[in-house]
Design a protein around this ligand. Structure first.
Ligand code: UDP
Length: 328
């Protein structure tokens, strides 16, 4: 298939591009490189541009025969979305609707959408199944839910096939060590713990030690980025006109912040300097996926089922790229 991957130079996007190419798909990447890295993707396949540049995208669709789009391009910081919601509604919703309109114009009816477990808000129980209420508690989650709903309506009305993939916590790096996680203003637990162990970042703050969990810290479901990437390829190959898929992607197993820290220490053989801090606003105590539907419908199975193995790949990437892609 000829596939356009928006946001394909980002963390999950670049791993998906790699997985698509490994399966023989013909891939183009559209990314503004604000958060993405040109080193993460084949540069002869990269078009640098914003989602809002409709004319450029229109020209691209006129000159390329694209079968499907995987749409990652979005802002993804929960805290920022609370303080600057217009940035999120404009890019994640308005500009995405502009993209969908172009897809309509060019008769491209197959879409895989990068969604998030943030659409659930605070779940009534865990593990979370797809039919649980969708009550996002921040603008980021609301933007993801809005596009899920738009896709659902477009699929009904225009016979599109789509898959909205609701990720839990993406982690790790490619097994071959080529690409990994390099976020500007890194805020995620695993890279921050690793970088603190390497002495590259200040001591890790543990956000909240009084949650109603066994050790008082938040529990999350960490899924290897290559497993996520593979699920995108499988979803793409599965969907056809009329397919509506909303699927959780997680390992189905939760780990607390303290368990993550202990695992980083075991993998790296170094201590992770830590300080206990207040809860971070908007963090639910426990988010764990029930990934049964993705397994049954796509035939997908996470290959990484052990947190230490996931962290091992992240450690390898960070220790060989102490300054991220700039180390190359
Ligand atoms: N966390 C933490 N210290 C940090 C970053 C994150 O204690 O410096 C916690 C955070 O409160 C959450 C978990 O680690 O419970 C995972 O956070 P992350 O930002 O990696 O992913 P999120 O769950 O927000 O998508």
């Amino acid at each position: 298939m000829q596939v356009l991957v928006t946001g394909g130079a980002g963390y999950i996007g670049s791993h998906t591009v790699k997985a698509l190419r490994a399966k023989g798909h013909d891939v183009w990447i559209y990314d503004n490189l604000v958060y993405g890295h040109k080193q993460a993707v084949p540069q002869d396949r990269l078009l640098v541009g914003n989602l809002a540049e409709i004319d450029r995208l229109d020209h691209f669709f006129v000159t390329h025969s694209i079968d499907a789009v995987i749409h990652f391009a979005a802002y993804a910081s929960v805290g920022e979305s609370v303080h600057n919601p217009s940035k999120y509604y404009l890019n994640n919703v308005h500009d995405t609707l502009g993209l969908l309109e172009l897809l309509r114009k060019h008769h491209i009816h197959r879409v895989v959408f990068s969604s998030s477990c943030a659409v659930y808000g605070i779940p009534p129980k865990t593990p979370i199944t797809e039919d649980m209420p969708k009550n996002p508690i921040n603008p980021y989650g609301r933007t993801k839910l809005m596009i899920e709903q738009a896709l659902d309506d477009y699929a009904q009305a225009y016979e599109w096939g789509y898959a909205s993939l609701r990720y839990f916590n993406a982690a790790g790096a490619s097994r071959d060590g080529e690409i990994g996680e390099d976020h500007r203003n890194e805020g995620h637990l695993i890279p921050l713990a690793i970088l603190a162990a390497m002495g590259q970042k200040p001591p890790l703050q543990i956000f909240g030690t009084d949650y109603p969990t066994p050790d008082g810290t938040c529990i999350r479901d960490y899924i290897h980025v290559e497993d996520l990437a593979l699920a995108h390829v499988m979803a793409l190959e599965k969907i056809e006109a009329g397919t509506h898929l909303n699927l959780n992607l997680g390992m189905g197993k939760g780990y607390s912040v303290r368990e993550v820290i202990t695992t980083v220490e075991a993998v790296s053989g170094r201590q992770v300097p830590c300080v206990e801090a207040a809860r971070r606003i908007g963090d639910p105590a426990e988010l764990v996926a029930d990934p049964t539907q993705a397994m049954q419908i796509l035939g997908w199975q996470p290959r990484y089922t052990d947190l230490a193995e996931i962290i091992q790949t992240a450690w390898k990437w960070h220790s060989t790229h102490p300054h991220g892609f700039a180390s190359q």
